[in-house]
Design a protein around this ligand. Structure first.
Ligand code: OGA
Ligand code: NI
Length: 345
């Protein structure tokens, strides 16, 4: 029996039963909306000078209305993005024995190849293999990363440095869009964490029966997602699932649960999911920008007044993160566990 999905199902004509979702929890792909303007597209050119206030306004509106946006002219070179995508694909095309050197089913391991979401706790599996890496500070983790393909560590490290720079700039803009000091969010995260997943979604003979990833909100602060040219990401907006069409060299940014806490619900983390298809494998690479485990998360005092009482209690990110992995990808958010009692739903 193969450990990873890609080895289990190559050539399969049916989805194995443990990947089949119950009838009331299927993607209903024919009901998904798709348009060229699914989520806002924001041009970051001039963020540090002439266009700053205009761009911050756009980011604020996108955070409020969608919790998701795409960014162009973000300053990361096409070669850095191209190398990241190609070395990721090369990794997942290595022989099984070579890939399995990184395998672990322990969610707390800092470098690990795994499958589905949390194979120890979930009832139905998801159509995905993934390599998770911790990426900040780089020198603490790079030596754990796969050394095959030979350029893996170098290409991924270069990508991580660049995405971290972008995440810091975005968090400054998001802080300012809430009327906070530019460095408020970055300071609140303590020493910071940066994790990455390289998601590999093999082709699927019956995509209407399963998910690459079921609907979930990300537990971190913001996620900066790179995807190849195959569609699969869908975002919940006004109660409808909307497909996000890939645009080359564009990143997708989404708000995670900690922004919802820090902003005291002014901004919300948004449900999203990945679906699969029968024609093309897909790679997506989310960077999860996080607080340090010991950072204390709580609503920003500047956003609290008599009309806006704090909706969450203080907690450490370590406490939150552990609950997230244990609970699995439920549509009921882990955030509910941290609501102040008088406001819990
Ligand atoms: C994730 C995620 C979306 C995608 O890994 O958290 O939401 O398109 N991925 O793969
Ligand atoms: Ni996600």
């Amino acid at each position: 029996m193969a450990t990873l999905l890609s080895d289990l199902v190559s050539g399969a004509t049916h989805v194995p039963s443990n990947y089949v979702r119950p009838a009331q929890d299927r993607p209903n792909l024919d009901q998904v909306q798709s348009s060229d303007h699914s989520i806002p597209l924001i041009n970051l050119q001039g963020l540090e000078d002439s266009r700053r206030s205009d761009i911050i306004k756009q980011i604020g509106l996108a955070c409020q209305d969608y919790g998701f946006f795409q960014v162009q002219n973000h300053g990361i070179e096409e070669a850095v993005i191209g190398n990241m995508l190609s070395v990721s694909k090369e990794f997942f095309h290595l022989p099984e024995s070579e890939r399995l050197k990184s395998f672990s089913d322990d969610p707390l391991k800092t470098t690990r190849l795994s499958t589905s979401f949390n194979v120890k706790t979930e009832e139905v599996s998801s159509w995905r293999d993934y390599l998770r890496l911790h990426c900040y500070p780089l020198e603490d983790y790079m030596h754990e990363w796969p050394s095959n393909p030979p350029s893996f560590r170098e290409d991924v490290a270069e990508y991580c440095r660049n995405v971290r720079g972008l995440a810091v700039r975005l968090l400054e803009a998001i802080s300012e869009s809430l009327g906070l000091e530019g460095d408020y969010m970055n300071k609140a995260l303590g020493k910071h964490g940066q994790h990455m997943a390289i998601n590999y979604y093999p082709t699927c003979p019956q995509p209407e029966l399963t998910y690459g990833l079921p609907g979930h909100a990300d537990p971190n602060v913001i996620t900066v997602l790179l995807q190849d040219d195959v569609a699969g990401l869908q975002v919940l907006n006004n109660g409808k699932w909307v497909a996000v069409k890939p645009i080359p060299h564009t990143f997708i940014v989404n708000l995670g649960d900690q922004i919802q806490v820090l902003s005291n619900d002014r901004y919300k983390s948004v449900l999203h999911r990945a679906v699969v298809n029968c024609n093309k494998e897909r790679i997506s690479i989310p960077t999860f920008y996080c607080p340090s485990y010991d950072a204390v998360m709580e609503p920003a005092p500047q956003l609290i007044d008599d009309h806006h009482p704090p909706l969450y209690r203080s907690f450490t990110y370590a406490e939150f993160y552990e609950k997230f992995w244990d609970r699995g990808l439920n549509t009921r958010s882990s955030l509910d566990l941290f609501k102040t009692t008088s406001h819990s739903a």
